[in-house]
Design a protein around this ligand. Structure first.
Ligand SMILES: *[C@@H]1O[C@H](CO)[C@@H](O)[C@H](O)[C@H]1NC(C)=O
Length: 363
């Protein structure tokens, strides 16, 4: 009997080309409705277009009317994960304490392992990772009276701009926003896609996995709850809340993933919802499902953008070895294959009914 089943399984693997995946040992207790432990977006990519910003003309005070001022060109994209295969930045809004960040990537869908390319631990010097915010014009970046602020290096308190990249402790005040980029600046020898101005760096392209350790303490203010979201890096290099390539469905969006977004009162400020936006439309965790806001101590989340399987996974993990430099493809497959609430981006029906459009500035 043993050899019969062994032979059968071997034949199955040979026929389907499926490779065994490594079962992860650090998944939080699985829950796929209500308070979620894991969410899997399938059928993420597609063929479509968005309006890429190619120039920003600031105009002249006081009217600020340059006509047109936000110059955009239709950009066609297609393929697995598109447009999330483009360079991504993660944005964090306080109140939040971040303790660790690690980013693993693979340029090629057939890579047998993903390599740590960026990392940072509280109080330490970041490696290939720069903390930025939208406060350009003073210490770094640029500002114009009609075009507003570009990106800037964030100061270590995440409350203002600094002249150079900082080594913060990781606490983000209520209402302040910070985003991460690689340490490679956009330049003529390393050009960035789309328009950029001021302090502008590259994000993480193709397949990538972000591992994050953080908490989101409660506050008395229920109008400014914390959030973590991913954006096409072009959005922040132009203007996160102005001239950018955001959008949803026609006329197209260049990609936004709300990872854990607590919405202000009258929504439940302790429920972190997830939604995904692109030229295909939008979908998400829907009514009643959410990631619990970690108000009592730190949590670890893994967020995997996988070109090979055209999927995005958001999962709570119980631990992570921050010294890990390589993650095998078979372990990535193990995470992607773990039990999760599955939301197909083939349909666009699962948004929260009371969802505002607070993150979709510039549409
Ligand atoms: C990972 O990202 C970095 C940019 O931070 C890039 O230089 C490198 O080529 C990428 N590695 C792979 C394997 O794609």
């Amino acid at each position: 009997m043993v050899s019969f089943f062994f032979t059968l399984q071997f034949a199955f693997l040979a026929v389907t080309g499926v490779h065994a995946s490594t079962k992860p040992t650090n998944l939080a207790t699985i829950s796929t409705s209500g308070a979620l432990s894991a969410l899997l977006y399938t059928n993420v990519g597609g063929s479509g277009s968005y309006k890429q910003v190619t120039n920003m003309i600031p105009g002249t005070w006081p009217s600020c009317t340059a006509q047109p001022s936000c110059i955009q060109q239709t950009k066609q994209v297609s393929g697995p994960l598109a447009p999330f295969d483009d360079e991504i930045t993660l944005v964090f809004r306080g109140p939040m304490d971040i303790y660790n960040i690690a980013v693993y990537n693979a340029s090629d869908a057939s890579a047998t392992s993903w390599t740590k390319t960026s990392s940072w631990g509280s109080g330490g010097k970041p490696s290939n990772l720069v903390f930025m915010n939208n406060k350009g014009g003073g210490a770094s970046g640029m500002w114009s009276i009609c075009g507003g602020s570009s990106q800037s290096y964030a100061n270590s308190a995440f409350s203002d701009a600094a002249a150079s990249p900082q080594t913060p402790q990781g606490s983000i005040p209520v209402g302040e926003e910070m985003n991460i980029m690689t340490s490679t600046a956009c330049s003529s020898s390393s050009p960035c896609s789309g328009f950029s101005r001021g302090t502008a760096n590259h994000g993480w392209a193709q397949s990538k996995m972000f591992v994050l350790e953080f908490d989101m303490p409660s506050t008395t203010s229920s109008s400014q709850p914390p959030a973590i979201w991913a954006l096409n890096a072009q959005v922040v290099r132009a203007a996160q809340y102005g001239c950018n390539c955001r959008g949803m469905g026609s006329p197209g969006g260049c990609g936004e993933l709300d990872i854990l977004e607590n919405l202000p009162s009258p929504a439940n400020v302790n429920q972190g919802i997830s939604e995904i936006y692109s030229f295909k439309g939008a979908t998400g965790t829907g009514n009643g499902n959410y990631f619990p806001r970690p108000t009592n101590g730190k949590v670890i989340y893994g967020v995997i953008f996988d070109v090979k399987t055209d999927q995005i996974a958001i999962q709570r993990w119980t631990s992570w070895d921050w010294t890990t430099t390589q993650v095998s493809r078979s372990l990535v497959d193990g995470y992607l294959g773990a039990t999760a609430k599955v939301v197909s981006f083939g349909s666009t029906t699962k948004r929260r009914s009371h969802r505002g459009r607070m993150n979709l500035g510039g549409m």
